[in-house]
Write a protein that binds this ligand. Structure first.
Ligand SMILES: [Zn+2]
Ligand SMILES: [Zn+2]
Length: 408
């Protein structure tokens, strides 16, 4: 965790009894606990902890009031003023950009913290090789569906306990969206979680032949921190070496190939243990959300252009583990056949069935001439004789498991 700085003078001076007089521009309405205009956006927001802070008015003067946030509505917030048993409705349009950023990120960080504490023991168990089932982790998404931890867990559990990459992709995609939204407001909020998501998402995308996005994600993950961790470069190299073994449709597009080559050349932070060749690695490192009482300080550092990633590199154990490729789980499925044990029928039939066009007489023209149309009928695929699959994978001998020998 980065060390929050002390509150600056400008923040302290506004904690004065004159606050009520110097902030007349804020709406004069006083709420009596019932807000007729707007309903709370969700019940999740209602459970926000009460936090006292300074609120700054938009515009050059930037006058401030001190008070406790009690509710966030779509267009306004309720702030309880100190020593007064009343709440003030403050329109969001009257608040500074800083306060708006705070209001936007606060509910996310709050729900992320709740979900992180619920899932913490599962992350710990995975580090020692015990992967949860998909059903087990799915319940964590129910309470906080937009928090990334439950989604990441579901993605990892799916990809590591069954090679259902399509399902895993949907979880990582949602986690990617959630993390991106937070990082847009407050960059470096969860750098280890970000790298973990981008890497794991890239693996399941590449498995399904979506090399373009996979390479882009790995490349973006490499931009976090002073150097990329080894597993990102390692995974990129596997994509590169396996690329020509794939059918063209599943290869990394030509325009992305230079990006892949650049990745393979990048200097990296060496892993603590040697990574196995030919095996892709998932990442299991996630950082906890910051405590709500340092959010103001983190936002201030960001607004002042401060970057904390270098401090995290040396001080934050989660990020340090990530950089050394600790807590990496190697991918259990065969790279050659994507864990299926068999290849798809080269005829690309639909489970042993192909649609064959036949010409049919549809109608007769005015002179009695035939008008033909085309219909499709199902026939057994002649290439796989209706089995729907092609040859057994020779690399894993049809097991689908990754049996790459450990390097000595
Ligand atoms: Zn195989
Ligand atoms: Zn076939």
């Amino acid at each position: 965790m980065i060390q929050p700085h002390r509150p600056t003078i400008s923040y302290v001076i506004f904690r004065t009894p004159f606050i009520l007089c110097i902030f007349p521009l804020l709406s004069p309405h006083v709420a009596t606990g019932q807000d007729q205009d707007e309903k709370p956006a969700s019940s999740e927001q209602m459970s926000l902890p009460e936090i006292q802070r300074d609120w700054t008015e938009a515009g050059e003067q930037g006058r401030k009031i001190h008070g406790t946030l009690t509710r966030i509505n779509p267009h306004n917030v309720l702030i309880r003023l100190p020593n007064v048993d009343k709440e003030k409705i403050v329109k969001k349009s009257q608040l500074s950009k800083f306060d708006l950023a705070y209001l936007e990120i606060l509910p996310s960080v709050h729900s992320d913290s709740e979900q992180y504490s619920q899932t913490e023991s599962i992350w710990g168990a995975m580090h020692s090789g015990t992967f949860p089932s998909v059903a087990q982790v799915r319940e964590y998404q129910v309470r906080f569906p937009k928090s990334p931890y439950g989604l990441l867990l579901s993605g990892i559990a799916t990809a590591c306990t069954s090679p259902d990459y399509e399902l895993a992709e949907s979880y990582f995609e949602k986690a990617h969206k959630a993390i991106s939204a937070r990082e847009k407001i407050l960059p470096e909020l969860m750098p280890a979680t970000l790298v973990t998501c981008w890497n794991n998402y890239a693996i399941v995308l590449w498995r399904q032949g979506k090399g373009n996005l996979a390479v882009r994600l790995l490349s973006e993950a490499c931009e976090v921190g002073p150097k990329p961790p080894e597993f990102l470069i390692h995974n990129a190299k596997i994509i590169m070496s396996e690329n020509q073994n794939r059918v063209e449709k599943y290869q990394v597009p030509k325009k992305m190939y230079p990006v892949l080559e650049e990745l393979a050349q990048k200097p990296y932070e060496k892993s603590a243990k040697q990574l196995r060749s030919g095996v892709m690695y998932f990442s299991l490192n996630v950082d906890s959300p910051p405590p709500l009482n340092v959010l103001d300080e983190l936002l201030r550092l960001h607004f002042e252009g401060h970057q904390s990633i270098k401090e995290r590199f040396t001080e934050d154990p989660v990020f340090a583990n990530l950089m050394q490729s600790n807590n990496c789980a190697y991918e259990p499925w065969c790279t050659n056949c994507d864990g299926n044990g068999v290849f798809r029928c080269p005829n690309r039939c639909n489970r042993g069935v192909i649609a064959v066009p036949i010409q049919t007489l549809e109608a007769r023209g005015i002179r009695g001439e035939p008008v033909y149309g085309t219909r499709f009928v199902d026939k057994q695929c002649p290439v796989c004789n209706g089995k729907g699959v092609g040859d057994k994978c020779s690399k894993c001998n049809g097991t689908g498991k990754n049996n790459t020998k450990e390097r000595k």
